[in-house]
Design a protein around this ligand. Structure first.
Ligand SMILES: Cc1cc2nc3c(=O)[nH]c(=O)nc-3n(C[C@H](O)[C@H](O)[C@H](O)COP(=O)(O)O)c2cc1C
Length: 359
């Protein structure tokens, strides 16, 4: 009896599907111009991913990311930041993604927002990085008190620390900071301090939406910096954000800076090519580093393309998409990540990268 019912409903579903096929065929027409030409599609070589699939782990110091996705540094120090950070930490812990905190500058002077940043109990054993600007770093080095940054990292129980390098953002920001030595010199001095005072802390560097060019990238590769996040041009751009903010809040319009400098920079793809170029150049050591390809990455397929194109250990990072996905409930955020991982796994299973044009 039950067998009969199953057969009946299966044939109902099948009849409905066939009728949908007739109904929707018109809407399912492609043309050669819409093809994604970056991949070879290879359906013959693999079966479907198992339901409980996993990814090749990605090393970050002594730990591993369980999936090749990084939640890029965002917010902290406002009342809205706490719940967002906690949801992001929970999802990073559940799925084994990396998480960068937003600038931890407020913690240098007060503990008012400590709870918004203290995510270790939520992310568990997951990979977590703190974040300071190069401006604060130079100021503290000058006062011989850069140890304060290391103490914040210790209290937050983070695995690593990003220093963000953002001269254009600071310039566009009315109350922005300045630094007077080159970030190369500043980072060199700080790396020495870390080596002597906090050798297990992983040092990382990032921009905030402009990326950086060959000479800067080459200089970074010559420093003992283990994680390099592109934060490239093509997505959220903090110079533009500050410029827009200035227009919105600054009443004496003649002081508003021209916008042209917001539009310089390097895309993630350009930076992938630059790193690949340095990998071929034996005089530059890319070593055992992790590259986080970020800045305008808006889909798993773009992230897959960029990380596959980079000939070094890499994951992809996103800020804005995670900010959007974390506005609703935790289950919405978890669904967003699950969809991203399912889709990425399908891409890894059935797509092979075509040779990068021009390489
Ligand atoms: C709301 C918001 C806050 C951010 N705050 C920081 C920050 O405090 N420190 C930092 O290094 N980058 C910060 N960023 C920059 C991101 O880490 C990232 O580099 C940039 O947004 C580009 O990524 P996207 O195009 O995926 O948004 C922030 C980004 C957003 C959207």
């Amino acid at each position: 009896m039950s067998d009969h019912r199953t057969t009946h409903s299966q044939s109902d579903a099948s009849a409905q599907r066939k009728s949908h096929h007739l109904e929707f065929a018109n809407m399912a027409q492609t043309s050669g111009s819409t093809i994604n030409d970056y991949f070879d599609y290879e359906p013959m070589l693999s079966g479907f991913p198992e339901e409980n699939f996993s990814f090749t782990p990605i090393k970050v110091g002594p730990k591993n990311l369980k999936a090749p996705i990084w939640i890029s540094s965002m917010t902290g120090g406002t009342s809205a930041a706490g719940p967002i950070n906690k949801n992001l930490a929970k999802v990073a812990g559940e799925f084994g993604l990396g998480l960068g905190l937003g600038s931890c500058r407020p913690l240098l002077h007060s503990d008012e927002f400590f709870d918004d940043f203290y995510l270790r109990p939520i992310i568990g054993d997951g990979v977590l990085f703190a974040n300071f600007g190069v401006a604060q770093l130079e100021q503290e080095l000058q006062k011989d008190s850069a140890q304060k940054l290391l103490e914040v990292c210790k209290r937050l129980e983070v695995d690593g620390l990003f220093i963000h390098i953002n001269p254009l953002q600071e310039w566009y920001q009315n109350e922005g900071d300045r630094w007077f030595r080159s970030p190369v010199e500043i980072m060199k001095e700080f790396a020495e301090l870390i080596a002597s005072k906090a050798p297990s802390l992983i040092l990382g560097i990032k921009e905030v939406g402009q990326g950086m060019g060959p000479a800067s990238l080459k200089a970074i590769l010559e420093l003992p910096i283990s994680v390099i996040e592109f934060a490239a041009y093509g997505g959220t751009n903090f110079s533009l954000l500050e410029s827009v903010r200035d227009e919105d809040t600054n009443k004496s319009n003649e002081l508003i800076k021209p916008k042209e400098l917001c539009y310089v920079g390097h895309t993630a793809l350009e930076m992938v090519r630059l790193v690949n170029h340095f990998l071929n150049d034996k005089s530059v050591k890319t070593g055992d580093r992790l590259f986080i390809v970020s800045g305008g990455v808006r889909s798993f397929l773009q992230g897959f393309f960029l990380t596959e194109s980079l000939r070094a250990p890499a994951c992809y990072g996103m800020a804005k998409p995670f900010l959007e996905a974390s506005q609703g409930s935790y289950s919405d955020l978890a669904q967003f990540v699950q969809r991203e991982l399912d889709s990425l796994k399908m891409a890894q299973t059935f797509l092979r990268l075509k040779p990068l044009k021009g390489e």
